[in-house]
Design a protein. Structure first.
Length: 52
């Protein structure tokens, strides 16, 4: 799913709920600037990086 920065800002509670289902990209001025992931996914990615 993709949200604009404005949608993420004013719908932060919704953003949290949506991120629990999967990563969300945030766009600003039609350009992807960040990806928000649930803490479980973040921890999984960190563990993969630590193994390298």
């Amino acid at each position: 799913m993709t949200l604009t920065a404005k949608e993420a800002k004013y719908g932060f509670s919704r953003l949290i709920d949506v991120v629990r289902a999967g990563p969300v990209t945030i766009e600003k001025h039609r350009r992807t600037v960040v990806v928000v992931v649930a803490v479980e996914e973040y921890e999984r990615l960190k563990a993969i990086g630590a193994k390298r």
